[in-house]
Design a protein around this ligand. Structure first.
Ligand code: IPD
Ligand code: CA
Ligand code: CA
Length: 277
């Protein structure tokens, strides 16, 4: 399949970073049995992958801006274009040798995401999309699932942990999902959750407390695969609010309805858990 010049740049960067992460994954498994544990190592792995992605993208498009999870924002002379990069999404999975993690790269033009890529080097699955050109997995066109009944559908979500996020709200939302969907999944890599919506493996997904690099590429993958993406109030402030609800038209609408009802229930409940500042 012929890719555009900008996608070729993104694919080359993701493959190069993916090679070092695959090698590091082996090390991580080894390191997990050693004294210090992998955490420091992984951090080095995140940074190394981001540096590789930055070098490849900067070589091809030196004027573009860059926002990366590890290195933060780097301004470019071309104020219209900005890369948004998560060099290793699914760090906790990676730490445990769970082969479910990804390199994620998105290109923003004048504030709108116009191209996105999510690559899992462990199984070599490359998800790509460009505005108006559709979404693909390993060069095969992908579409969101067509399921209409919640009772047949599998939904994925994030789960607040380590004192992050609103535990009471999450408990109500998860209970509502358990009562209505055929299955509930927590996979631990937001970029892959969205890529799996785009490829029809998952029917619906929601999560809060995310960052632009967790969301940007996945947003265009789902939309170019015929799906719907919004924040938890059904608005288009996904990147600014750090929230996402995704699925086909029916799943998106139904999940928003469930989250709203769960939110009302949670707000009626006297708060027990202190939410971390
Ligand atoms: C995390 C993963 C996880 C999500 C967290 C993210 P990271 O990204 O996407 O699934 O629940 O909120 O921070 O830290 O592994 O790049
Ligand atoms: Ca990351
Ligand atoms: Ca991430």
């Amino acid at each position: 399949m012929q890719h555009s010049a900008v996608l070729n740049v993104m694919i080359k960067a993701a493959h190069r970073a993916g090679r070092t992460l695959k090698r590091d994954l082996g090390e991580v498994e080894h390191l997990q049995v050693s004294l210090k544990g992998p955490r420091n190592f992984v951090t080095a792995a995140d940074r190394r992958a981001e540096q590789i992605v930055y070098e490849e993208l900067a070589k091809a498009r030196p004027a573009y801006g860059f926002l990366g999870e590890e290195g933060g924002a780097r301004a470019g002379t071309d104020k219209s274009h900005r890369w948004i990069v998560d060099p290793l999404d699914g760090t906790t999975n990676f730490l445990h040798g769970i082969p479910h993690f990804a390199v994620s790269i998105a290109l923003e033009r004048d504030g709108a995401v116009v191209a996105g890529l999510t690559y899992n080097p462990a199984n070599e699955e490359l998800f790509i999309a460009e505005r108006g050109k559709g979404a693909f997995l390993n060069d095969q066109r992908i579409r969101v699932a067509a399921r209409e009944r919640l009772a047949d559908a599998v939904v994925a979500c994030g789960m607040p942990h380590y004192g992050r996020g609103d535990l009471a709200l999450a408990r109500h939302e998860i209970a509502a999902a358990q009562q209505n969907f055929a299955g509930l999944r927590r996979y631990g890599a937001a970029t892959l959750d969205l890529a799996w919506i785009a490829s029809g493996r998952l029917d619906a997904y929601w999560e809060r407390d995310l960052s632009p690099w967790d969301l940007a590429a996945g947003m265009i993958l789902v939309r170019e695969a015929g799906g719907f993406v919004s924040d938890c109030d059904g608005k288009d402030a996904v990147l600014t609010k750090g929230q996402v609800v995704a699925g086909n038209d029916t799943m998106h609408r139904e999940l928003l309805r469930l989250l709203k009802a769960a939110g009302n229930e949670a707000s009626r409940e006297p708060s027990k858990e202190a939410v971390a500042p």
